[in-house]
Design a protein around this ligand. Structure first.
Ligand SMILES: Nc1ncnc2c1ncn2[C@@H]1O[C@H](COP(=O)(O)OP(=O)(O)OP(=O)(O)O)[C@@H](O)[C@H]1O
Length: 283
């Protein structure tokens, strides 16, 4: 499915957050959305997922503007993995992943064999089969993140939007997830902070700066030392790493933050531990 935005703008409280964003993600493409903190990545993804109504401009799926689409119709096309998605804590992992089937359910049919098979496949894809009966609240941050991605896959969407999906994942799971996104036939737009991983796994990068799209192209064309200095304020070199992947290596920030002294610790004598305080246990 093709995702297109034209002249997209979003403002809040009189402040422009996105300005004149135009993008076109082709069917099956894996596109990375990069930009510094506060540049507008989450806001843009929310507009593309139909969760935020643009102040002006339009979002289209396969050239059809989604302005008048219902949330259910959008969810049958696009899955969105938000940065800090919260989920009802009484559910089991399989139930959370099963929420991905909601757009396809109806109260007469219920949750059928096909839904169960799709959920099982999504759990397996994210290495969560062994955790399927685990209460949601007993999961680690990375396991929850993988479960949210499994829920998105269970939605069987034509396109997946992901907002920093690797931020809680260990290295192995980061590589597995990005490999999965790069290999899928679905259209993928993924916000990432790790620029070398973005370069390695994405066909193309979109660079946001202060709510404007300032570069759009193959990773090596977007991640130039000049743009990295201007937009991310880092002094960096780019080129092949030891394995030949295009990578970014940082010398440091362009300008060091002002080196003011931190307040010194209080010179007051600390109060002694109470005599009966328990000895800390080794863990
Ligand atoms: N509802 C809102 N009200 C006020 N300001 C908002 C709102 N939503 C977003 N913003 C502001 O818009 C700007 C862009 O936010 P956004 O979350 O889209 O950035 P981001 O690129 O995803 O950042 P990060 O990398 O830190 O996740 C920020 O300055 C943010 O404070």
């Amino acid at each position: 499915m093709r995702i297109t935005a034209e002249g997209l703008a979003w403002s809040v409280a009189g402040k422009r957050i996105l300005t004149d964003v135009g993008l076109d993600v082709a069917p099956g493409e894996t596109v990375g959305l990069i930009g510094p903190n506060g540049s507008g990545k989450s806001t843009l993804l929310r507009c593309l997922a139909g969760l935020r109504t643009p102040t002006s401009g339009s979002v289209s799926y396969d050239k059809e503007p989604i302005r008048s689409w219902s949330a259910r119709r959008i969810a049958r096309h696009v899955a969105f993995v938000e940065q800090a998605a919260d989920t009802d804590s009484d559910l089991r992992v399989a139930d959370v992943v099963g929420l991905g089937r909601t757009p396809f359910g109806d109260r007469w049919r219920g949750f059928g064999a096909r839904d169960r098979a799709v959920v099982a496949a999504a759990l397996a894809r994210l290495g969560l089969t062994g955790l399927r009966e685990r209460p949601w609240k007993a999961l680690s941050g990375g396991e929850r993140q993988r479960a949210h991605i499994a829920r998105a896959l269970a939605q069987q969407p034509y396109a997946i939007l992901l907002d920093e999906p690797t931020n809680h994942l260990d290295v192995k799971h980061q590589l597995e997830l990005l490999g999965l996104l790069a290999a899928t036939d679905q259209t993928v737009l993924v916000a990432l902070h790790d620029l070398s991983l973005a370069a390695r796994y994405c066909d193309r990068l979109l660079l946001l700066h202060d709510g404007r799209l300032v570069a759009d192209g193959p990773p090596a064309d977007v991640l130039t030392p000049g743009l990295l200095a201007e937009v991310f304020e880092v002094d960096a070199v780019t080129g092949p790493d030891a394995l030949g992947h295009f990578a970014v290596t940082y010398r440091g920030p362009v300008a060091a933050p002002p080196a003011g002294p931190l307040p010194s610790p209080s010179t007051d004598t600390p109060s002694p531990e109470p005599a009966d305080s328990p000895t800390p246990k080794e863990i």
